[in-house]
Every structure is written in structure tokens, then in C-alpha cells.
Design a protein around this ligand. Structure first.
Ligand code: ADP
Ligand code: ZN
Ligand code: ZN
Length: 729
């Protein structure tokens, strides 16, 4: 009798043994069930979807305690042995329950307790063979001839378009069999022609050659290239080399609403079928993309974080664009970093992995300097563009108009008059971050968090950006009743209103979470800038990354100080990356660009280093500083976070689980209450682990988790583990 070892989504860090479904003969059971298949199981009083990890002949559970699987949901494994292995590695590395890891590797539709439906194909496109095929060779099949001709004109057609043009989908079959058209999961509009690649410059060519040479074997690369140096062009040519060898390329992109734009840049180059796995896609499109990747029909897969766990039977290259980006780190439950899993996955698949960035994380830079990663560098902007000039502007005592200095305003006006575009960056949405009574000193605070409420003028409300609590904007001080409420500090909404007063005859486009909440809003706001007419783009970090607006020649960074003085040990690294990325939006084409950095601390050491010596040199200084303080990447870090409805319970829990632990070398600190102790009504504290050896970190974490699973939780206590955290609280 075989036993099935299953991964089941549960908070427990272990697997569960089950019996095969009842009523089948042993021979049938063994023939049908394979590792990687999804099964429906009774679990406590619930019915859950589990995945078979191992089929074995022994179990330590007494047979009368074993329950049987209800049914098998798959006819072939949903997850390959390679992916199961990767998930198990990740579960161990991140000390996260295997059941949840495996569940997150499945597209949402397959986490549900239903048998998979055959995916409905919604789009078809012409193949390369189809492009040059003479339709008259199809003989007397008139309908087919006109269908192929239509495809040759439109490149790609959807089910609805075909129907509208009077073609039945049955007609597609013979054309698919002849290899003239193929299915595709991409919902994007048709591409009419493919662009010819530009001639690479020497630095780009060196990079392409170095990676191409390693196709077919594991090799990690850092591509450090200043903004606009043509990193994407390097990716495109490497992908071409990879798919020419008949293997799949996986491209990870940050989560910044740029998915479709990046996708279309790729589509303009390649006719090969692609799949998009973006976090904003609906479950149906996601499943279709996942299946296209799994069947191998999609040769290029572009996706955000979770795509690193996509099924790719034929993986030949992984690219991680903007590898420093925080969106690669999942910030709840399974706290993996897709960039780090990418390196492990490339090693398993024996293929190169290319991490690209203008501002590499200190972790990656460390590996490159130590020679663990091949270090490729691009120091020239591609084409005719030059690097923007950065000016630090001392705004102490300066006259400010809703946050913008008179000097900056004059410069903005100059550029607009010259027919150019301007970007004004502030990483804070809303009207003002603080509302205070001038008479009695009362400050608007959130009722559920240790945090201040942000003023949102348009919505006439006060909002907490930590828990989304909101209330009506008061007109009188709730404490002393006087009419002396003041709004302190700027947010993007305030900048927009200020700019309207001074330069309202030019369009002002605000891009932040408030203006882009509705579907399609971001696309239409971006489209209004794409005509290159003079305008001001005001926004949060949504405008900081990835965009390519050739006519932007001035970027004003309204407040860098908040980021520079962030107390987190990664604060300066983050601020530097942000500054360089935002600055990189300026002067990306023929016209040279300028960046103005408004600050109250013009003598800040790293700020000046960044402006005078650039990111790389500054990052090396930061690395040395981390070394002397024994902070990552000079050591290894993990955080155990806990929260409950009572601070004492949270701290008691953390004290309990660390009680008998004595790490060798390194430090185990805590319980430390989070700076914002109360968030959404829950009290938060952490244990901090800092070890010179990763192995010791894992040993201690393992013991902490074991203890934590034993402790009886009080006051709705919840806890999580975070290995290689990007922030502490
Ligand atoms: P990055 O990804 O490094 O920010 P991009 O790949 O977006 O840079 O390149 C910036 C611009 O330069 C794009 O418009 C791109 O088409 C162009 N470009 C890239 N490589 C070349 C090249 N070798 N010759 C001419 N233009 C190039
Ligand atoms: Zn008052
Ligand atoms: Zn709150």
C-alpha cells in the first residue's frame, strides 16, 4: 500500500501523510498518482487542495490514524520535480510552511478545489513561417486563404475579432497544423512589424558576448549600467540568443504598473509567443499565461515577483531587471526575495542569470566585487543621450510655494517655455502629512496606529497611510475648538495645487496611488504625457522607475531629507537608489537633462558623494560601513515579528521562544518594540538575529520556529519569520 506525503496549506512547518483515494486497486493507484499532482484532502473539518510531494511505502503515522485523499485533481503533475525541489529549498531557506510555498507556486485558479478546465485560448498570432508564406499555396481553401491574409495584416487576433470578421475558430486548426499561426496568451494589441535591433555600443557588446558564452551553464552576472545605458537592449539581444537555442527566457520586472509597457517593448522585437504573468492580471489570464509557460509554447515569459515560481520546462536564461527593487521581496506571509530565488533556480537549471540595475543592492554588489558574480558595467548612456547634471539646492530660509522653491519654480517655467517636460518628485501622497492646531498644539493622529493622519484635501478627509482609517477633515480643532488648524509639509496633492497657481496654463499631471486607483487610469495619465508636449508630471515613486519620456529635461526632487534620515540601516542605500532612479528620468534622449535636489542638509555626506562621485563609489563606502558595523551583507540577518492585541502578550511570546537559545557568535536581540508599536490596533515587536555564518542563522531560526509552534497563542497573536529582511519592522 503506498502512502502519499502531501504539502497542504496550513501554518505548520511540516508535511502530512495520507492514503490514496479509496476504491481503486493498488495498481491503478500507483499508475495514476505522481508527485506534483494536486489532490483534494480532508484536513480537520476542512477540505483543502494539497500537492503530492513523495509516494512512499512507509509512514511513521499509525495506519488507523491515516485519512485517505478524497480525489486526485490532476491528470498530469501541475508542478514538475524541479519546481517541487525549488519550493522545498525555499521553504527551508525562508523557514516557511511548505504547504503555503507550494500553494503560492500555483496560479490562483489551481489553488481552488476544482478540476482544471481546459484553458480557453483567446488569442492567436502569425508565426515567422506564416509571415512569409504565400496564401495562394493553400490551394482552393478560400476561407483559409482569407484568414491567413488577415493574420498577415493584423499579426494577432482575438476570439472576438475573429468572430466579428465571420471566421469560425475551427478554421484555425489547419493553419496551426501547418505552423502558420499559433496560440498566444497575450491580451495585448497586435504588433505589425518587428523592429530591427540597434547596433550595440562596445560596452553593450561585451555584456552580450559574456552572457551568451555561458548559455547552457550556470553563471550569475551583475549588469551594472547607469540609467539609459541600454540595459534593456542587452536583455533583448540575450533573449534572442537564448530562444535561438530553443530554450525559454524568463524576465522578471518590478511591480510598478509597467508590465504591459515592458511587454510591448519586447513584442516589438519578437514574433515568438510570449506569456505575461503580472500581478495585476485577472485569474483567467494568469492561468493561461502559466499554462503557456508550462507547456513550453511561450518562449519568453515576462512577469513580476511570483513568476520566479512559474513552470518553465525548458529554462535557458533568467533576467532580473532593476534587481535592487523592493517589490521582489514579498512583504507578507511567505517573505521570499524573487531575485535570490532566481539565482538558485538558475543554478538548478544550469543557465545564466543576469541581475541588472543602475543602482545595485549592496548584497549583489558585494558578490560582484568578491568575484562570485561576473561584473558587467555600462558607463555610457546609449545613443546620443548624456548623463544629467545634478544640482543640490539649499532651501534653508528659501521662499517655498507649497513645497517648491522660487528658484525651482523659475527653472520649471524656463523648461516649459522651451517646449520641454518637467518631473516633480515627492514620495508622499495626499495634501499634507501633518495637521496641527496652532493654538493648542493638537495633532491629528490615527485612532488605531501610533501614526499621524495625512490630509487629503480633494476628498475632504484625514487618512492613515498605515491602516487606511479615514475620517472627515475637521474645520475646528477637536481639542480647543479654535479655527486655527494648519497643514504642515507637502504631499503630491499640495504640489499639484501649488503648481496650478503658478503655471496653471500648462497641463499638470499627478501620478500617485490616489489618482491611479481606477483601472486604466495610470495608462491614460501616462498617455497624456507621451505626446511630448510641455507639461509637469508630479508624482510619487510611481514616476521614479522605468519610464522613458524623451522630452523630460528637468527633474525636481522636492524632499530627499526624509529618505536620507530614515533610521533603518538601509535608509541611505534606499535614498541613494531612489535619487539616482528619479534623476535618471531626465535627459534620456537628444536634449541634456538637469536634476534639482531640494534639501535642508546640503552638507550631507552621502548626498554629496552621490552627486560628485556617483552611485557606485558611494555604494562602496556604504559597504565598508556595513562591514565595520557587521551589518548585512557583512553578516546575515533574520527577524521574527510578532503582533497581538496586547503589547505584553507580544513581548511575552517573543521572550518565551528565545528563552533557552544561545546562538554561537553573532547576536540575538529582543524583544524590541517596533517604533510604530501599534498598527491597525495591534501591538508589534521583533526578535532580531544577526549572525556571521548563515548556517548558524538557520540553526537558531529553526529552533525559534519549533518553539513558536509549541507556544499557545494568546490575544490573537500572530508571528512570522523574515530571512534577509529589507526592513526591520
Ligand atoms: P536602460 O534600460 O539602461 O535604462 P534602455 O535600454 O531603456 O536603457 O535604453 C535607453 C534608450 O537608448 C532607449 O530608447 C533605447 O532604445 C536606446 N538604445 C539602447 N541601446 C542603443 C544603441 N546601442 N544604440 C542606439 N540607441 C540605443
Ligand atoms: Zn486646538
Ligand atoms: Zn492607522
Amino acid at each position: 500500500m503506498p502512502f502519499l506525503e502531501l504539502a497542504i496549506p496550513s501554518p505548520l512547518r511540516r508535511c502530512f501523510d495520507y492514503l490514496p483515494p479509496k476504491g481503486e486497486t493498488e495498481a491503478e493507484q500507483q499508475a495514476n498518482i505522481q508527485p506534483g499532482m494536486r489532490v483534494l484532502v480532508p484536513f480537520g473539518r476542512q477540505t483543502l487542495v494539497g500537492v503530492v510531494l513523495v509516494i512512499k511505502t512507509e509512514t511513521s503515522v499509525p495506519t488507523n490514524k491515516l485519512r485517505a485523499v478524497k480525489s486526485v485533481l490532476d491528470t498530469e503533475p501541475s508542478l514538475s520535480p524541479e519546481l517541487l525541489k525549488l519550493c522545498q529549498w525555499a521553504a527551508n531557506y525562508y523557514h516557511h510552511p511548505i504547504g503555503d510555498v507550494i500553494s503560492q507556486a500555483l496560479p490562483p485558479r489551481l489553488r481552488q478545489a476544482k478540476p482544471p478546465r481546459d484553458p480557453v485560448v483567446e488569442y492567436w498570432q502569425i508565426t515567422e513561417a506564416g509571415t512569409t508564406f504565400d496564401p495562394t499555396e493553400l490551394g482552393r481553401a478560400k476561407k483559409q486563404i482569407s484568414l491567413l491574409t488577415l493574420f498577415q495584416r493584423e499579426q494577432k487576433l482575438s476570439r472576438d475579432q475573429l468572430k466579428a470578421d465571420g471566421f469560425s475558430t475551427n478554421l484555425l486548426k489547419p493553419l496551426i497544423e501547418k505552423g502558420l499561426i499559433c496560440e498566444t496568451s497575450s491580451p495585448l494589441p497586435p504588433v505589425r512589424h518587428t523592429q530591427t535591433p540597434p547596433q550595440l555600443n562596445d560596452e553593450q557588446q561585451v555584456a552580450v558576448d559574456a552572457v551568451s558564452e555561458k548559455l547552457g551553464q550556470f553563471a550569475p552576472f551583475l549588469l551594472e549600467g547607469i540609467t539609459g545605458s541600454g540595459k534593456t537592449e542587452v536583455y533583448l539581444q540575450l533573449i534572442a540568443a537564448c530562444i535561438a537555442q530553443g530554450r525559454q527566457a524568463l524576465v522578471l520586472i518590478p511591480e510598478i504598473g509597467l508590465g504591459p509597457q515592458t511587454f510591448s517593448r519586447f513584442e516589438q522585437r519578437f514574433l515568438e509567443p510570449m506569456a505575461l504573468l503580472h500581478s495585476a492580471m485577472n485569474d483567467g489570464d494568469r492561468l493561461r499565461g502559466w499554462q503557456a509557460a508550462k507547456s513550453g509554447s511561450a518562449q519568453i515569459v515576462i512577469g513580476t515577483r511570483s513568476a520566479i515560481l512559474a513552470a518553465l520546462p525548458n529554462l535557458g536564461l533568467i533576467i532580473v531587471d532593476e534587481e535592487h527593487d523592493l517589490s521582489y521581496k514579498q512583504q507578507d506571509s511567505f517573505r521570499y526575495n524573487a531575485r535570490d530565488i532566481a539565482v538558485k533556480r538558475a543554478a538548478d537549471a544550469s543557465c545564466p542569470v543576469l541581475l541588472g540595475s543602475a543602482t545595485p543592492s549592496l548584497e549583489t554588489l558585494r558578490h560582484a566585487i568578491d568575484g562570485k558574480y561576473h561584473h558587467l558595467q555600462l558607463w555610457q548612456r546609449a545613443g546620443n543621450a548624456t548623463e544629467p547634471e545634478v544640482e543640490v539646492q539649499d532651501i534653508r530660509d528659501a521662499e517655498l510655494h507649497e513645497g517648491i522653491s522660487s528658484l525651482s519654480l523659475a527653472r520649471i517655467q524656463d523648461r516649459l517655455k522651451a517646449g520641454e517636460q518637467v518631473m516633480v518628485f515627492l514620495n508622499r501622497r495626499g495634501y499634507a502629512p501633518v495637521m496641527q492646531c496652532h493654538s493648542c498644539g493638537w495633532v491629528a493622529e490615527c485612532a488605531h496606529c501610533d501614526a499621524r493622519m495625512t490630509v487629503h484635501f480633494g476628498k475632504r478627509s484625514l487618512r492613515c497611510h498605515h491602516c487606511d482609517f479615514s475620517q472627515r477633515l475637521p474645520s475646528y480643532c477637536p481639542d480647543c475648538g479654535k479655527d486655527e488648524l494648519e497643514h504642515k509639509g507637502p504631499g503630491t496633492e499640495r504640489l499639484e495645487m501649488g503648481l496650478k497657481q503658478h503655471i496653471g496654463h500648462y497641463p499638470i499631471v499627478r501620478i500617485d496611488r490616489d489618482t491611479t486607483a481606477n483601472k486604466g487610469a495610470l495608462q491614460s495619465l501616462l498617455a497624456s504625457v507621451q505626446d511630448n508636449k510641455p507639461c509637469v508630471l508630479v508624482g510619487t515613486q510611481m514616476i521614479a522607475k522605468g519610464h522613458h519620456f524623451p522630452n523630460v529635461t528637468l527633474v525636481v526632487i522636492v524632499d530627499i531629507d526624509t529618505a536620507l534620515f530614515n533610521p533603518d540601516f538601509r535608509g541611505v542605500e534606499r535614498a541613494s537608489q531612489l535619487l539616482v532612479q528619479v534623476a535618471g528620468r531626465s535627459g534620456r534622449a537628444e536634449k541634456p537633462g538637469t536634476v534639482i535636489v531640494q534639501t535642508h542638509s546640503p552638507d550631507h555626506v552621502e548626498l554629496n558623494s552621490l552627486v560628485q562621485r556617483g552611485y557606485h563609489a558611494t555604494a562602496i563606502d556604504l559597504l565598508n560601513e556595513r562591514h565595520s558595523l557587521m551589518l548585512p551583507p557583512a553578516s546575515f540577518m533574520a527577524v521574527v515579528r510578532a503582533e497581538s492585541s496586547l503589547l505584553a502578550s507580544t513581548e511575552e511570546f517573543l521572550r518565551d521562544i528565545r528563552k533557552d537559545l544561545h546562538p554561537q557568535g553573532g547576536r540575538l536581540l529582543g524583544p524590541i518594540a517596533a517604533p510604530m508599536t501599534r498598527k491597525a490596533g495591534r501591538y508589534r515587536a521583533i526578535l532580531l538575529l544577526l549572525m556571521p555564518e548563515r548556517r548558524e542563522l538557520h540553526r537558531v531560526l529553526g529552533l525559534l520556529c519549533e518553539q513558536a509552534e509549541k507556544v499557545k497563542a494568546k490575544n490573537s497573536l500572530r508571528w512570522t519569520v523574515d530571512v534577509d529582511p529589507v526592513d526591520l519592522y
